[in-house]
Design a protein around this ligand. Structure first.
Ligand SMILES: [Zn+2]
Length: 454
């Protein structure tokens, strides 16, 4: 061919090559967590101690079960995480509907319980490793002051977009301040600049930034979402980081994610690979576990956590560990809020209900706790009370050692007692007036209820 034809062909090839690069780049998952952590460490090297401590706690707890008498997780206990969603919006499309937010909560719970519909696509050889993490998420029902809440805060911002530098986490920077990250998972939903879909802090980060940030266009499973990130898996992935998980390839060529049952992987996968997909360091012909939530594949391809990842995540909640305080975070239970649960949403036409008759004194003095996870029940009465309440078990045989803890609405423990009889008096005269949360637990089961001290 002559020179002109050659250069024309060369030019077209170049254009096609760059178009492919741009196309592939736009379709790839971009998680900002690794970059974010590296920048944090550059700006503040002292943070490394906190990250190392978290890693130590995870490794210690996953390798040697703690045998302390204090509150620890038990193997199959469901850990409830109250979530506060900070919606930071400039335009109306960024101010996501409550239904869209609820769709994300459902998707998180499906993925973390292994009940996601697409778990049927897990390759047969990987199925034995798929886990129900026994971690569940609720929209917070009680705010840090003990008042009732929807778990959603909507904040207008003048900012066009946020970078992965935490501006959305501070009211002073056009965002919204974090709630107490010892008791709530903070999720900020906003417009992120560039191609970052979301990012998370590592366990051990400063408490005022601890949490997860997700782009408004990849949050939930309904609404105006950016394909192929429209199945809520950006949140599943980033919350995985918040719970101490690393990327499945360990952020290094053939690196380690410190989880035993995820196969070593050469690098990340993106898009929609087909099984089996092996790389240079695959341990066998099954290849990469590219359908793991901690890879970079498209939402429709991801469908599992492993048992090893489950153990790593749950280790954070062990006794004395960083997220242990969530075991006594009661913000998922709306009946514990001052004023009780939010009234149900009334759809038009509005009907004003008649004023309810006062509750008869005989019914008022007994509270029978009702919680989904319980194999026993207890009555605590009277409430309000001045100096003493009686705790009575309905079926005491279901319990082992019975510990009663009393917390104030801020989650601080104010009283502890061990109960020895099915009907025991508890002295509350030292408490100041107010609402308290009483938790009766034996390490495996827990019931909670509210009492009022006068
Ligand atoms: Zn990530």
């Amino acid at each position: 061919m002559d020179n002109n034809t050659f250069y024309m062909k060369f030019f077209y090839c170049l254009v096609i090559f760059f178009l492919q690069v741009v196309f592939v780049a736009q379709a790839q998952r971009v998680c900002g967590s690794t970059d974010y952590t590296q920048k944090m460490l550059l700006n503040n090297p002292s943070l490394k101690a906190g990250f190392d401590k978290a890693e130590e706690q995870i490794n210690f707890t996953t390798t040697s079960r703690l045998s302390s008498v204090a509150r620890d997780t038990s193997s199959n206990e469901i850990i409830y995480i109250p979530v506060i969603i900070h919606v930071i919006y400039k335009s109306t499309d960024q101010n996501l509907s409550t239904d869209q937010i609820l769709s994300q909560l459902k998707s998180l719970n499906d993925d973390y319980s292994g009940t996601n519909a697409d778990s049927k696509n897990i390759p047969v050889v990987f199925k034995p490793y798929a886990a129900d993490t026994r971690i569940r998420f609720c929209l917070a029902q009680v705010d840090p002051q003990g008042k009732r809440t929807t778990g959603i805060i909507r904040t207008y911002t003048a900012n066009d977009a946020f970078t992965a530098t935490d501006g959305m986490k501070f009211t002073a920077q056009g965002g919204d301040n974090a709630w107490d990250s010892k008791r709530y998972l903070n999720i900020w939903v906003c417009k992120l600049s560039g191609r970052t879909l979301g990012y998370s802090t590592l366990p051990g980060s400063p408490t005022n930034v601890d949490g997860v940030v997700i782009g408004y266009n990849v949050f939930g499973t309904i609404g105006n979402l950016s394909v192929p990130f429209n199945k809520g898996r950006t949140s599943t992935h980033e919350v995985g980081h918040w719970l101490g998980l690393k990327h499945i390839w360990g952020d290094a060529v053939c690196g380690s994610d410190n989880v035993d049952d995820t196969p070593t992987q050469q690098y990340y996968n993106y898009g929609t690979p087909t099984f089996p997909h092996a790389g240079n360091c695959s341990p066998n012909s099954n290849g990469d576990m590219f359908m793991n939530y901690m890879d970079f594949t498209d939402d429709a391809t991801m469908n599992m956590f492993t048992n090893g990842q489950k153990i790593r995540m749950r280790a954070l909640f062990g006794n004395n560990n960083l997220r242990n305080s969530f075991l006594v975070s009661f913000a998922c239970d709306s009946t514990l809020a001052t004023g009780g649960p939010l009234p149900p949403v009334v759809t038009p036409p509005v009907v004003i209900p008649p004023v309810a008759a006062p509750i008869a004194a005989s019914k008022k003095d007994t509270i029978l706790t009702k919680l989904a996870i319980k194999s026993f029940a207890a009555k605590i009465f009277p409430s309000p009370a001045v100096s003493s309440v009686t705790v009575e078990y309905v079926n005491a045989s279901a319990m082992g050692v019975k510990i009663i803890n009393v917390y104030n609405v801020l989650g601080s423990k104010v009283l502890t007692a061990q109960l020895t009889a099915t009907k025991t008096a508890l002295n509350i005269s030292s408490l100041i007036k107010g609402i308290y949360i009483v938790s009766i637990e034996d390490g495996n089961n827990k019931v909670t209820t509210k009492i009022v001290k006068n």
